[in-house]
Design a binder for this molecule. Structure first.
Ligand code: F6P
Length: 366
């Protein structure tokens, strides 16, 4: 008897814990004799390619992978099948909707269900494909923790740990040199990584996109460290942070088919603003960048990823298509994809975590 096929893919930026999800799906599926798991290489690109780049996933090729960072299936953020970038002879790019071809190819291959492990953008694609009739289930991933409908995405806590470890190192050198250290973290339009790191590390200032800052207030907080005898200060800034009335620090990616804005480098702008606003201390900047996404996932993300994987396959058995796995109130459940993508998970500036940070003496520059 031919086995039913479930196809797994990882899309968007990579994230610690992706392999734990893949392994969780495979291990749970092995308990059902009539299912075989397949993996598409580089998100939907593997299916769209001719010949298709799709591999069988089994106990052997997924053994022990939950410990490893990255994704054994590779990933891309240039492969939206609904808006697929094609380079023309003159170098210009046109986008084509390949969703019909994609669904047809999946049918021809005999795929019963697809599990799409990805962030906000990937789950928007999942919802569109679901509306076009594809049996699809979403698994929320991103270090940014900006996906709604789940208390946490896997990968976030590993990123916070990496950022905190780096922050701790910057504190000692800031102290030795009486410097102001600015550490920039990722997160896109959400300040989750920055806020958690600022509390964990004990920053003096935390600048996040949700709370625009007044540079004079930041300087006031920094200067107070020098007048009160501490003589050094540590700032965490989220890559999407902006001054009051200003914009986030964005760059053109210059990469063909890259649909997102590129953030990164705001630490240098802040450094300049601090000097112009009268900060007398020496300032150094550290942009953590992709280290936050690399390496081994911490135990929590291995566990969350593994639970998400098992749950995703169980949702296939239950035919819960058009739904996303979710972690809510310390439990694993599922919610409609439409709900998950309807809003962005910003930090509520009235949330207790913000109040607690202020209580600890962290300035948001507002
Ligand atoms: O969404 C995850 C993330 O790491 C963001 O925090 C960051 O802005 C972006 O991806 C970087 O993307 P890329 O890997 O394409 O440079």
């Amino acid at each position: 008897m031919e086995k039913k096929k479930v196809l797994v893919l990882t899309g968007g930026g990579d994230c610690p814990g992706l392999n734990a999800v893949i392994r969780g799906i495979v291990r749970r599926a092995r308990k059902e004799k009539d299912w075989q798991v397949y993996g598409s290489i580089e998100a939907f690109n593997g299916v769209l390619k001719e010949p298709m780049e799709v591999i069988k996933l089994n106990k052997k090729n997924t053994a022990g992978i939950h410990v490893k960072g990255g994704t054994i299936l590779k990933t891309t953020n240039k492969g939206n099948p609904l808006d697929y970038p094609i380079t023309q002879k003159d170098g210009s790019i046109v986008t084509v909707d390949y969703s019909e071809q994609l669904i047809e190819k999946l049918q021809d291959f005999g795929v019963h269900a697809v599990i799409n492990i990805g962030g906000d953008g990937s789950q928007k694609i999942s919802q569109h494909l679901h509306e076009k009739g594809l049996n699809i289930i979403g698994v929320p991933k991103t270090i940014d923790n900006d996906l709604s409908g789940t208390d946490f995405t896997f990968g976030f806590r590993t990123a916070v740990q990496i950022a905190t470890d780096s922050f701790d190192k910057l504190v000692t050198t800031a102290e030795s040199h009486h410097r102001v250290m600015i550490m920039e973290v990722m997160g896109r339009d959400a300040g989750w990584i920055a806020l958690h790191t600022a509390i964990a590390g004990g920053a003096e200032v935390c600048l996040i996109p949700e709370i625009p800052y007044d540079i004079d207030k930041v300087v006031k907080r920094i200067n107070s460290r020098y007048t009160k005898g501490k003589g050094f200060a540590n700032i965490v800034i989220a890559e999407g942070a902006k001054p009051f009335g200003g914009e986030a620090y964005e760059n053109e990616s210059g990469e063909e088919g890259y649909a997102h804005k590129r953030l990164g480098g705001v630490a240098y702008r802040l450094s300049q603003q601090l000097k112009e606003a009268g900060c007398m201390a020496d300032i150094r900047e550290t942009v953590l960048g992709h280290t936050q996404r690399g390496g081994t996932p911490i135990a929590f993300d291995r566990i969350l990823g593994s639970m998400f994987g098992v749950k995703a396959f169980e949702m296939v058995l239950e035919k819960k298509y058009g739904q996303m796995v979710s972690y809510k109130n310390n439990d694993i459940c599922s919610i409609p994809l439409s709900e998950a993508i309807s809003t962005y998970n910003f930090i509520d500036k009235d949330a207790y975590i913000v109040k607690a940070a202020k209580g600890l003496g962290i300035s948001f520059g507002n």
